[in-house]
Design a protein around this ligand. Structure first.
Ligand SMILES: *Cc1c(COP(=O)(O)O)cnc(C)c1O
Length: 398
């Protein structure tokens, strides 16, 4: 990681509220429940807004990571639009966010593409086959901008599941393909090659982009740097990013877009869960009413171990539990945790950094309840946004 600029982060955020999910607030929540903390979300948005204001670049929320429209009024005060990966997301962005709606998907049918025209300001094509097949439809939208996704075939994402630049990747065209095609009708270049990464990785990916796609960069009007930038992480070097964006915008006379998902809501959401039952040995197990499999699938997919508020470091003097969900999947395990006090049935546990890739990915596997969604307003008011019921389950399984 680069040496970050924590001072920049602190000075931009006036600290109005320190207590995160006080016992008072926790008492009011019936579990399982996601809580989006608007104060923490706004802290991120101020960093993103600072980047936009220092460069004139445009930052878009990737709806794939977080689509809770109850937060859009706050988010659109700071960001320039959204990026959608489907017709549903494009419609949501257009109707509820109402600014620029960019779309990228690996493939569109003519039927979907026609519908997308109604909602989109920018559509990014994944291949020239797609573009040639759909080009005749693009003329039906007046101000539509078309982009082409390119693949630098260079990335520093070690986990193959999250690496869009592997040899047989289906994402984007290579520089060899691009050289033989006409950019007629295309005004932008798009790439996405990062995942939770700091600025220096972007810099190295960009070196590849520039050497492989230089001619196109001079020809086109905009470039979209994709997502995966850890912009709001305390160690992200925001200053270097600003210098970089200004430099490439000047050099190529081009506008820069970025479309982070995770970085927008990083560390601003929680999942509150209650203990349903406990094993009686140490180390032991705890069963909670939130499921890794159904409510936090990235725990199993990545995989990773989320942090709990108030967990203790693992040591011999603490009480250890393997915490698992209420489904019948043996692997529905959130992780192993250690506490200073013995846990009790009914205790609430708070999982941190749970806004992105949770609500958008959850399921009713085993028929278990979907967590309700709350907003914790900056003034401390807790607002219930959505509670799910039997009808939601039934409608999803048909
Ligand atoms: C997933 C994705 C994003 C958002 O990625 P984050 O890691 O959440 O920032 C942006 N653009 C594209 C094309 C994506 O596939």
């Amino acid at each position: 990681m680069t040496v970050g600029n924590p001072l920049l982060h602190k000075s931009m955020v006036s600290c109005k509220r320190k207590n995160i999910l006080s016992p008072d607030i926790l008492n009011k929540i019936s579990t399982p429940a996601y809580v989006i903390d608007e104060y923490l979300l706004e802290k991120n948005l101020k960093i993103l807004s600072y980047i936009q204001n220092s460069t004139n670049c445009k930052i878009l929320l990737a709806l794939k990571a977080f689509s809770t429209s109850a937060c859009f009024p706050l988010i659109k005060k700071y960001l320039s639009g959204v990026t959608a990966s489907s017709l549903n997301e494009a419609k949501l962005g257009s109707e509820e966010f109402g600014k620029n709606v960019h779309v990228y998907a690996p493939a569109y049918t003519p039927q979907i593409f026609k519908k997308l025209l109604k909602y989109s300001s920018h559509i990014v094509m994944n291949s020239f086959t797609q573009w040639k097949r759909l080009k005749h439809l693009a003329v039906f939208s007046e101000n539509l901008e078309i982009g082409i996704r390119v693949n630098p075939h260079y990335s520093e994402v070690a986990n193959a599941k999250y690496n869009p630049c592997s040899t047989n990747s289906r994402f984007g065209v290579s520089s060899d393909t691009l050289k033989n095609e006409s950019l007629d009708g295309i005004s932008g270049l798009h790439f996405h090659a990062l995942c939770q990464q700091p600025f220096d990785v972007l810099e190295r990916v960009w070196t590849q982009i520039e050497s492989k796609f230089e001619k196109a960069l001079y020809q086109l009007r905009w470039v979209n740097l994709g997502g995966g930038h850890y912009l709001t992480h305390p160690e992200y070097d925001v200053k270097k990013l600003i210098t970089f964006i200004n430099k490439i915008q000047n050099k190529f006379d081009i506008s820069v877009y970025m479309e982070p998902g995770e970085a927008v809501v990083y560390n601003s959401g929680f999942l509150v869960t209650s203990i349903l039952d406990l094993g009686d040995i140490n180390p032991s197990y705890a069963i909670v009413d939130a499921s890794a499999s159904a409510h936090m699938p990235d725990i199993l997919e990545m995989p990773y171990r989320p942090t709990l508020l108030n967990e203790s470091p693992m040591s011999s003097s603490t009480f250890k539990y393997s915490i698992g969900g209420p489904t019948c999947l043996s692997g529905d395990i959130i992780g192993d945790y250690s506490f200073e006090k013995k846990l009790k049935i009914g205790d609430k546990l708070v999982l941190t950094d749970m806004a992105q890739y949770t609500i958008v990915k959850n399921t009713t596997f085993n028929g278990i309840e979907l967590p309700s969604i709350h907003l914790l307003k900056t003034d401390g008011e807790l607002k219930l946004i959505k509670k799910f019921n039997y009808a939601d389950f039934k409608s999803r399984v048909g």
